[in-house]
Design a protein around this ligand. Structure first.
Ligand code: AQP
Length: 334
């Protein structure tokens, strides 16, 4: 009997232009998994409104994020690509799971603490319960693996705890998911403050390389990247500026840290930064070209969204009705 493929679920918020952090930490690895697994990737627009979004921009970015998924190599024939708000079961399961999640657990989430500081004027309940919605995203599809960057690891651990708690209270209902993190690129840091992660919503556009940045912008941003005064190209996590540039260079060239150290032995930061910029611009070029082509055919992108949501809705409904039955919601035949 043919063994059933394991399931993968992940997503990106359309909360800004995607960065090389999103690409190297998440998207690039999704592409490598599409043949071996049953993969579902959503554009998580419900998550994005935990921070105020301009409605027109959110709409545009939702479509663009889907196009970026495909431009980064995801084949819509092999992967289920959809928009989170097109599958109502995400919000429905999130409510149920919220009743199996403790206030103390959510209070310990570092992303909540970071984002509350960054958005002090809008510390809304959605920002606090964000990890519950993320658990619903994952558990609805009985995902075995969730490919993410390091910043999302704590949320996946919570999703596992929620799944185990629910399974223990009733009977096995949810697959307990595992995080899947890349060996290189799991945490790309800001170019201007290398102790902070690179984020698409950073107020300083010089801090991040966006997937659609021009070659000149990419090279200019790397040239200005904050490093140190040691003038030594050697991997050392106490010198995050240089370590981050080495990680980025390694991701785009496939060279490991010792090869990079040898390549730039005795050379200056200016030469190294230029090489990082060029490698990054070369790596992003085919993605940018494909992205521009895809956006010319909005109808085709919408068709992909519709058929993705159709399959996602079918799978999600199956889990949701199981959950409703187990918790004791009254069922009637329609
Ligand atoms: N700097 C990063 N390095 C490696 N991986 C990263 N990811 C995000 N930033 C980095 C990974 O990208 C995926 C999608 O992230 P998200 O959009 O769901 O939210 P996020 O983690 O909060 O990403 P951003 O870019 O920082 O968004 P904003 O600024 O809106 O909060 C995840 O797999 C994440 O790990």
């Amino acid at each position: 009997m043919e063994q059933q493929k394991k399931t993968i679920l992940s997503g990106v918020q359309p909360s800004g232009q995607l960065t090389i952090g999103n690409y190297l930490g998440a998207l690039r690895n999704w592409d490598m998994l599409q043949d071996e697994y049953d993969c579902l990737y959503c554009v998580v627009d419900l998550h994005a409104i935990t921070v105020r979004q301009n409605p027109a921009e959110l709409r545009r970015r939702t479509l663009e994020t889907l196009a970026i998924y495909i431009a980064c190599g995801l084949d819509p024939q092999k992967n289920t690509l959809f928009v989170q708000s097109h599958v109502p079961a995400h919000a429905e399961l999130s409510w149920v799971l919220g009743c199996y999640t403790m206030f103390g657990e959510l209070s310990r989430m570092t992303q909540f603490k970071d984002k509350s500081l960054k958005n002090a004027q809008n510390v809304n309940a959605g920002l606090f319960t964000y990890p519950v919605l993320m658990a619903a995203d994952i558990l609805l599809y009985q995902a075995d693996l969730v490919p993410v960057g390091i910043d999302q690891k704590q949320h996946i651990e919570l999703a596992r705890d929620i799944a185990e708690r629910f399974n223990a209270a009733y009977s096995p209902t949810f697959t307990v998911p595992e995080p899947y993190m890349p060996k290189a690129g799991a945490k790309i840091m800001s170019l201007s403050e290398p102790e902070k992660k690179m984020s698409k919503s950073d107020d300083n556009p010089g801090a991040a390389i966006y997937l659609n940045d021009s070659r000149d912008d990419i090279i200019r941003k790397f040239k200005r990247a904050v490093t140190d005064s040691e003038m030594l190209i050697k991997y050392d996590t106490d010198r995050m500026g240089i370590a981050n540039l080495m990680n980025i260079y390694s991701c785009f060239t496939g060279k490991d840290h010792s090869e990079i150290e040898r390549e730039f032995d005795g050379k200056g930061y200016a030469e190294f930064k230029l090489a990082v910029g060029e490698a990054c611009a070369d790596g992003l070029k085919p993605i940018q070209e494909k992205f521009a082509m895809l956006l010319e055919n909005k109808d085709e992108l919408e068709k992909i969204m519709i058929s993705g949501a159709e399959r996602a809705n079918y799978l999600a409904r199956k889990t949701l009705s199981k959950v409703y039955r187990k918790v004791g919601f009254y069922q009637v035949k329609s």
